[in-house]
Design a protein around this ligand. Structure first.
Ligand code: C2G
Length: 135
């Protein structure tokens, strides 16, 4: 890996991929030269949210992998392993949506930590509810 290039890492489930997901990946990529995305495992989602995502882990990994500004993806299997994932990827910047504001400040000894505003008016949960109304 070229040491001169600035490395950005971000995390998310990216279930039922939507414009808010695209916006944060595009904005995250602007903080460096390479963007690595930790996609939450199905197991982590069941632990966090009590249910599996609508799209399976391999499907979510494939979708995010092929978004233009994304260099590569990896599986995030634990929220507690963020420091390891950042070190493994030689991260210079961690980008998170501001729904996580302040939650990862302790990682500032590893890399810069940036929280970006969420895209308003869209979420996976709201989209699922809208689709259900059509049933
Ligand atoms: N996002 C956004 N705008 C939205 C919805 C989501 O900017 N309207 C951002 C979130 O802030 C997050 C990313 O898109 O940075 C992925 O969102 P989720 O899939 O909801 O991620 P989450 O389940 O919160 O998982 O380690 C942290 C977790 O893996 C994050």
């Amino acid at each position: 890996m070229n040491k001169a290039s600035k490395i950005v890492v971000t995390f998310g489930t990216f279930d039922v991929f939507h414009i808010g997901h695209l916006n944060i990946l595009k904005r995250a990529a602007e903080y460096g030269d390479q963007l690595f995305v930790g996609v939450s495992s199905d197991r982590l989602n069941i632990e966090k949210k009590g249910r599996a995502p609508i799209y399976s882990e391999p499907e979510r990994l494939a979708i995010v992998q092929h978004i233009k500004p994304v260099t590569d993806v990896f599986v995030e299997d634990s929220l507690e392993l963020k420091a390891k994932y950042l070190r493994d990827h030689n991260a210079d910047v961690l980008v998170m949506g501001n729904d996580w504001e302040g939650k990862f400040d302790h990682l500032r000894d590893i890399c810069e930590v940036v929280y970006l505003p969420r895209t308003e008016g869209i979420s996976t949960t709201e989209t699922i509810h809208k689709i259900k109304k059509y049933e």
